[in-house]
Design a protein around this ligand. Structure first.
Ligand SMILES: NC(=O)C[C@H](N)C(=O)O
Length: 650
């Protein structure tokens, strides 16, 4: 018997076991799946939400949270647990609760928002000791990360109960530590303990549980006061309001009003095929330094001394510092030359760092990297994460600091070198376009998607086109010349791409600024297969193209270009259309002694005769040429003419 089979044959398993044993974990996953339940692991680290007053000050109360919630009918449906034998599956009555099913009208609306009817079962993992978040350390972040990793396959989502004071730091750190995350990890807490009458804790916990259980938002988030934020974008802004957090540079990922609105355009999309893992190694030789008028060079020097390896420098406005303080700038330059990575962030709550002023440019010259629109909390934990990665050289670490790793900053596309001939690049860009706020995303997407689609069509990359298609209906949009991906694939001869584009909204009738259609392009580049496919789809030569086709055919006939004649014929050209001087291709070929062309034209013309009542023939008859000679089937009198009408198959 395998360990999994053994585990499956057990009648009971405990959540405690589930936390430690994979087979048991699998068993529970299987069972809860069949019971239409989703599971959330709640890791209780402490914070006000679970505090009680001791000697007139608040501090965490151990072993009280679950039992307190169990008494609240909005947080636990004991009837459901009994009726369905919930505890027989989860066997941890002391740690497991189940949310009741929505029943009232408003809750029905909520139910419709997620279009599902799953029961949220949640299990608590309480840390000992519980901490006021001011006591949190990087080791505690590591412990949370490891617990998520250990239980990852057993739960649909994770809620971290945490104090609000350092929640933004923990959320930022976890966002980097959790690599290739595919499930929601939601931090929440409260300003007033959950045991009090006017607590915000109940709403916050409920919202976090529902989102973690019912939505696949693969990010580390903070849920507070009806809003779900990206964790590495928040900062605590209010000590006395229930609205304690702000995400100044990125709108919320979701709002929980009567309806739940998820801003899917902003939600980070999984863009990896690598398995989830948590990197717990963090570099603690990092620090935050806030600039202020009159700061001494000695203060800066001592702050930047070894073992300091990474610093967040909080500067003024758009990232400015005094450019009349050579002593300060020299200290900064000396440190960056030594290899300290210094990131320039603004002291302002909202906005981005840029090189607008001379006072900002001096910091670039001193070797600082722009922190763009990252929060100081995000920069600090990103430094801590990046500097701890082994095997990366200094340059690569600096590069990572400038990259958008987890949606913590606006993507710096302006500085990126675009090499559109690399299909991986197109895929990466196509996927990573879903990383920032809605408006920004739409603007970048609208600008980049059409040329990206054209580039993908050029190199025949159907996968990249698929990624671009997922972003919106861009496959039929032209570039600056009005050339669509279909024009380009037709030129390049990528039959599969043409097929794909035709099946996904590209029009055979689109014209570029020169009036060319995909069909005329395929003719010019002599892509027979593509001409056939386009014709089958309804493509046809335009009036103008038909008008010049006579001259073109005559020229091909004069050169004995059989391939050229065939492709024009395939495209629907009428072979007896006169050229500019009134001669037909056949008479030109005869005059030039191009016997193979004569034979081919004769064969094609007789085939054409049978269908000459077709629309192109009628169009050709109406063409505005003054002289129109009636075609007579050419009879070659030369004895040397051995070419029969069937000797040049198409
Ligand atoms: N509201 C709170 O949770 C504040 C508390 N001091 C903490 O951060 O743990």
């Amino acid at each position: 018997m395998t360990s999994l089979a053994r585990a499956l044959s057990n009648s009971k398993t405990s959540d405690a076991e589930c936390l430690d044993s994979l087979p048991n974990a699998m068993r529970n996953c299987t069972l809860h799946g069949s019971r239409r339940e989703v599971r959330v692991l709640v890791i209780n680290t402490g914070g006000t939400i679970g505090m009680k007053s001791h000697n007139d000050v608040l501090s965490p109360e151990s072993n009280a949270f679950v039992e307190g919630l169990r008494k609240l009918t909005t947080f636990h449906d004991e009837q459901y647990a009994q009726d369905t034998g919930l505890y027989e599956f989860y066997d941890t009555p002391d740690k497991t609760l189940v949310l009741p099913n929505p029943s009232s009208h408003a809750e029905e609306r909520f139910k419709r928002s997620y279009k599902d009817n799953k029961q949220v079962v949640y299990t608590f993992l309480e840390y000992s000791p519980l901490l006021d978040s001011s006591n949190m350390s990087t080791e505690d972040w590591g412990k949370i990360g490891k617990d998520i990793e250990k239980n990852y396959e057993c739960y649909n989502g994770f809620v971290i109960l945490h104090g609000t004071d350092t929640m933004a730091y923990t959320a930022s750190a976890l966002s980097f530590m959790c690599e290739h995350l595919g499930k929601p990890v939601i931090l929440t807490g409260s300003q007033v303990p959950i045991y009090e009458m006017r607590s915000d804790g109940r709403d916050n916990l409920m919202g976090a549980l529902l989102i973690a259980g019912l939505f696949v938002i693969p990010e580390v988030c903070v849920y507070f006061r009806n809003k779900l934020y990206r964790g590495n974008r928040v900062t605590k802004v209010d000590t006395g309001s229930f609205n304690a957090f702000a995400s100044p540079n990125l709108p919320p990922l979701a709002k929980m009003d009567v309806d739940i609105t998820v801003n899917w355009d902003t939600v980070w999309r999984a863009n990896t095929s690598t398995k989830f893992r948590v990197r717990t190694e963090l570099n603690r030789n990092v620090g935050l330094l806030r600039l202020f008028p009159g700061i001494t060079a000695a203060t800066v020097r001592s702050f930047l001394q070894p073992p300091m390896e990474g610093v967040v420098l909080e500067t003024y406005g758009t990232g400015n510092a005094p450019d009349n303080r050579a002593d300060l700038l020299a200290e900064l330059k000396e440190a960056t030359d030594r290899g300290v990575i210094i990131i320039n962030t603004t002291q302002c709550l909202r906005g981005t760092v840029s090189k607008v002023y001379a006072t900002g440019e001096v910091l670039y010259k001193a070797g600082l990297l722009p922190g763009v629109d990252m929060t100081p909390e995000a920069v600090l934990s990103k430094l801590s994460y990046v500097l701890a990665i082994e095997g990366l050289d200094h340059q690569t670490k600096k590069k990572m600091m400038a990259q958008n790793l987890r949606g913590e900053m606006m993507a710096d596309l302006a500085g990126a070198k675009l090499d559109l001939s690399d299909s991986r690049f197109i895929q990466v860009i196509a996927k990573s376009l879903s990383i920032s706020c809605k408006e920004e995303l739409e603007a970048i997407r609208d600008a980049l998607a059409p040329p990206l689609a054209c580039a993908a069509a050029k190199i025949g990359d159907v996968e990249a086109l698929e990624s671009i298609r997922e972003m919106g209906s861009y496959l039929s949009v032209g570039d600056y010349d009005g050339r669509t991906p279909l024009h380009i694939a037709a030129c390049e001869g990528h039959l599969k791409v043409v097929q794909y584009l035709l099946e996904h909204g590209s029009s055979v009738h689109s014209r570029d600024r020169y009036g060319d259609t995909p069909l005329s392009n395929a003719v010019r580049f002599r892509r027979k297969d593509i001409v056939r496919l386009l014709r089958k789809t309804g493509a046809h030569l335009s009036r103008e193209q038909l008008a010049v086709s006579g001259t073109e055919l005559c020229s091909l006939a004069a050169h004995g270009d059989l391939d050229g004649l065939q492709i024009w014929h395939l495209a629907g050209a009428v072979l007896n259309t006169p050229g500019y001087d009134g001669q037909s291709a056949l008479s030109v070929a005869t005059g030039a002694g191009k016997l193979e062309a004569v034979a081919l034209l004769n064969r094609l013309l007789s085939a054409e005769d049978q269908t000459r009542e077709g629309s192109y023939a009628s169009q050709a008859r109406s063409l505005p040429f003054p002289e129109r000679r009636h075609r007579l089937p050419f009879q070659c009198s030369s004895e040397s003419c051995r070419f029969s009408a069937s000797s040049a198959p198409l």
